[in-house]
Design a protein around this ligand. Structure first.
Ligand code: BG6
Length: 510
């Protein structure tokens, strides 16, 4: 296997013209799925619009059904509707001319031989030099098999020094520690770790990346970013949508596997990590790993789960989880999970991190809420409004209305000293304009460039699974008796409030 990788582009703020990848073909397995149309093709087109794709380029969708007649038109529709692109954009047609389709079964060896020849023809046509980015947007049970068949048919080796074959693997990466280890072992048999890009699309979000810039690119926050000044941290990934027709997937997953173990733990690592030496993949990953490794085993008493009943979301009546299509009417799957984590290192010992994720909640909000310690209230004693002296709160809104705000107490104008919390606010849209990017742009680009900074690596995935697996086992051994325990359109089950209440705290209102 060749060790060749393209030049690594390490810094997120490198000049754009330094970040154009080498000529290549992006090959998407599972291209008939929603992700390709809604996210991947629009993201690739956005890169094209910003001149961040090489001229010598092609995209090949691979799936079982024969969609050759309709694939390109369908993808163009996705780019226009999902990508907010003007149908008359003059760069659309030349881009679409490079979008191709190849039908095969994922376990058909002959199909891989034909695919190899198909890609070689495209190399000749477009000058893509044998470089490949394979994207496995398929059900997890196919990940290892596809990687191994690609290897068997000689498609995982870079053709020469300076060339590359990289592979993006979608989530979920395993369903517990054992399965994640097994998957890693299978994939590592045929791919070097640096060829593997385990994607977590949260890391493609500007606001998640901005956590590091906010913390390490400003002088005033880092000195107070620790247990001396911070009381606790909350991370919420709330969704108002339900399971969107994904019954069988969600029944086997649940909120913990679907969102907490990956998206929320990634965000947590950015909030809690020590400054890395650089933004290079190795340096960032080491610091993330240190955070996860410093988390104490999570007692099951510090976890709660919930499942939604029918209710009203955005003024619309919605059915309960157990009534959703292809869901067991007595399902024990959690659509909400929350827990308290303790990071036992010098920076964070004694500062609880409360994390929660759920479906069919009151609104869609992903936010990090950093609650600072309460100032001494002596000065305000006896003041009618002394309860209004609140701790400072820093909110990093990941989505929607991306931004950062800081609340602090201000004197209410008048002859007495009454205090009211007010908010200082930074909005991404106001500062930089509204963006139609969906987060996959950066990740696809990085994977073409061989930059793994924003991707999960083997040990990281296994470490977060090692933390979560005992909880999943304890939950499975003790099925919930109170499901469904929250109404759709609310903020989750009462036990989630109890979790903070026993520490004398409450979830901050979002
Ligand atoms: C996916 C989960 O990984 O993330 C979905 O499988 C969830 O269940 C989605 O809805 C949330 O992503 P976003 O970007 O909409 O917050």
């Amino acid at each position: 296997m060749s060790d060749a990788t393209p030049t690594q582009t390490a810094t997120p703020d490198s000049k754009q013209n330094e970040r154009v990848p080498e000529p290549c073909i992006v090959v998407i397995f599972g291209a008939s799925g929603d992700l390709t149309k809604r996210k991947l093709l629009p993201a690739l087109f956005h890169l094209k619009q910003q001149n961040l794709l090489p001229e010598q380029f092609s995209v090949v969708g691979v799936a079982r059904r024969d969609l050759s007649a309709t694939f390109a038109a369908d993808m163009q529709d996705g780019i226009i509707k999902g990508g907010g692109v003007d149908a008359g954009d003059s760069t659309l047609k030349p881009f679409m001319d490079k979008v191709k389709y190849f039908a095969t079964n994922f376990d058909d060896d002959e199909g891989y031989e034909k695919l190899k020849a198909f890609l070689a023809d495209l190399d000749a046509q477009f000058g893509t030099k044998g470089n490949r980015l394979f994207y496995l947007a398929v059900a997890p049970e196919f990940f290892a098999d596809i990687a191994q068949r690609l290897a068997k048919h000689g498609m995982t080796k870079a053709q020469a020094d300076g060339h590359f074959v990289n592979v993006i693997i979608e989530k979920p990466f395993g369903t517990n520690l054992e399965s994640a280890k097994k998957l890693n072992t299978e994939i590592n048999k045929v791919l070097k770790e640096r060829q593997i890009f385990r994607i977590d699309h949260y890391l493609g979000k500007e606001t998640v990346q901005n956590i590091l810039v906010f913390r390490f690119g400003n002088g005033i926050f880092e000195p107070i970013w620790n247990r001396n000044y911070i009381d606790h941290v909350e991370i919420t990934a709330a969704e108002s949508i339900g399971i969107e027709g994904r019954g069988p997937f969600y029944e086997a997953a649940g909120a913990l596997r679907d969102v907490l173990q990956n998206h929320v733990m990634e965000v947590l690592s950015f909030v809690a990590m020590e400054p890395p030496d650089s933004f290079a993949a190795g340096a960032v990953r080491v610091e993330k790993l240190k955070v996860w490794k410093a988390i104490d085993p999570i007692p099951v008493e510090d976890t709660v789960r919930g499942q939604y009943a029918a209710g009203t979301v955005d003024g619309q009546g919605v059915i309960g989880y157990r009534q959703e299509d292809r869901v067991n009417p007595e399902s024990s799957t959690e659509t909400y999970a929350a827990m308290k984590l303790s990071i036992e290192n010098w920076r964070w010992a004694g500062v609880p991190f409360y994390i929660r994720a759920g479906k069919r909640l009151a609104k869609r909000i992903t936010e990090v809420t950093v609650v600072f310690k309460q100032p001494p209230l002596h000065l305000f004693k006896g003041n009618a409004d002394d309860s209004k002296v609140q701790p400072n709160i820093l909110k990093m809104r990941i989505q929607p209305d991306e931004g950062i705000s800081l609340t602090f107490g201000a004197k209410i104008p008048g002859p007495t000293t009454n205090v009211k919390p007010v908010e200082m606010h930074f909005s991404y849209a106001d500062a930089f304009g509204k963006s139609s990017a969906n987060g996959y742009e950066r990740l696809l680009l990085d994977a073409m460039l061989g930059d793994g900074t924003l991707f999960a690596e083997r040990e990281g995935v296994e470490t977060t699974w090692a933390l979560m697996t005992p909880i999943l086992e304890a939950w499975a051994a003790n099925p919930p008796k109170d499901f469904p325990n929250y109404e759709a359109g609310t903020w989750g089950p009462a036990c989630a409030d109890e979790l903070l209440k026993k520490d004398g705290r409450k979830w901050y209102k979002l």
